[in-house]
Design a protein around this ligand. Structure first.
Ligand code: ATP
Length: 355
């Protein structure tokens, strides 16, 4: 078990800053997901935690102990690279026990721990089978077994499901999460896939361009994104952004889009009479005959229980997720109403959400 504390952690490669002064704490037993686009510094952060990369400055504390310059082998942290690169010529037992044999653990303990892990993953009946002949799902369990047999203080995983097709990914997400709940070890999981992050994380850390933008439980980063980048990166289809103006109306702050006033429920300081960017998720806009913002239906995509309606307004193109009971026809003029409670307003200069 381990708490991992990151203090002012920075990594530069020449002039390029890959990680720019991160500060956060990964709690003991937490499933912590680092999310962001390619090149944002997730892997570099993970490699510094593992001891595979030395920071330019800052500190890493493992259960309060400064391990910043400890070697990887002195950290008791398991780095899971590709979950699925098994040794095809070995059997299940040999694959699972490999990390222990490398460590020089006694034969008796290797045997006991391998069998314990196999039982936990319900593959104990396959121990003498070659992995090359196994079904894909069983192979993945073997890979998981090999990853956890070391009983490290923490597990670091870098896009471990990256190479899998969609169906297996879903299954493995579920298995990984269940396994984590059972063994309870601190896990840091890197992905660029927001759906995976939302499904698995206790907390998500969103990064972009070397900076940590927000850390929160999935619902928090979805409902209360700290910046425009976070808002746009999380959620599919993406949040709509519209140019807007802040103002006051009947004593409350209001926001106007194209002259149409959308009253805001809570007063938002810093919003009065300034330019702003309004963020509205597709499911927080309602289509009807009338509404404060009018537009023309550009396209309707049927999605089973729901439909995705694209509407062109004078303020820009919007995507609306509506129930199928709502009639929307291409070319028709409709009215749009916004769920004021759920709107997010961004400062157009800093891109930060105005609370
Ligand atoms: P990806 O998912 O593509 O791996 P990432 O968020 O994990 O993205 P990093 O691998 O941490 O990103 O890389 C962050 C930036 O640092 C990238 O622009 C990368 O090119 C750069 N970088 C990483 N390692 C080195 C290195 N050894 N030398 C120079 N630049 C590097």
């Amino acid at each position: 078990m381990a708490e991992i504390r990151i203090e002012a952690l920075t990594k530069s490669f020449g002039d390029f800053t890959a990680v720019a002064g991160s500060n956060f704490t990964i709690r003991d037993g937490e499933f912590f997901v680092m999310l962001g686009p390619s090149g944002c510094g997730k892997t570099t952060t993970l490699r510094m935690i593992a001891g595979l990369e030395m920071p330019t400055s800052g500190r890493i504390l493992l259960d309060g102990e400064d391990v910043t310059f400890n070697r990887a082998s002195q950290r008791d942290i398991a780095f899971v690279f590709q979950l699925f690169a098994l040794y095809p010529h070995m059997n299940v037992r040999q694959n699972i026990s490999f990390p222990l044999r490398v460590q020089g653990v006694s034969r008796r303990e290797v045997r006991a721990r391998t069998e314990e892990v196999a039982k936990m993953l319900e593959i104990d009946n396959l121990l003498s089978r070659r992995v090359s002949g196994l079904a894909a799902g069983d192979r993945q369990r073997v890979a998981l077994g090999r990853a956890i047999v070391r009983r490290a203080k923490a597990f670091l995983m870098d896009e471990p499901l990256g190479a899998l097709d969609a169906e297996f990914r879903d299954r493995m997400c579920e298995e990984l999460r269940l396994l984590h709940d059972r063994i309870g070890a601190t896990t840091v999981y890197v992905t660029h896939d927001q759906i995976e992050a939302m499904a698995m994380a206790d907390r998500i850390c969103v990064m972009n361009k070397g900076e940590v933008l927000q850390i929160g439980v999935p619902m928090e980063v979805y409902e209360r994104p700290a910046t425009r980048f976070v808002a746009g990166f999380i959620g599919s289809p993406s949040m709509n952004f519209l140019p807007a103006q802040g103002g006051f109306q009947a004593g409350a702050t209001a926001i106007r889009v194209n002259g149409a006033s959308l009253a805001m429920p809570q007063a938002r300081e810093g919003l009065a009479a300034t330019d702003a960017v309004l963020g509205a998720r597709p499911e927080h806009i309602t289509i009807a005959d009338e509404g404060p913002l009018r537009g023309r239906v550009f396209a309707v995509e049927y999605m089973g229980a729901r439909q995705l309606v694209t509407v062109d307004t004078d303020a820009g193109r919007l995507r609306v997720r509506a129930p199928n009971t709502v009639r929307a026809k291409t070319g028709e003029t409709v009215g749009l109403t916004f769920d004021a409670e759920r709107l997010v307003v961004f400062d157009p200069v800093s891109d930060r959400a105005v609370r």
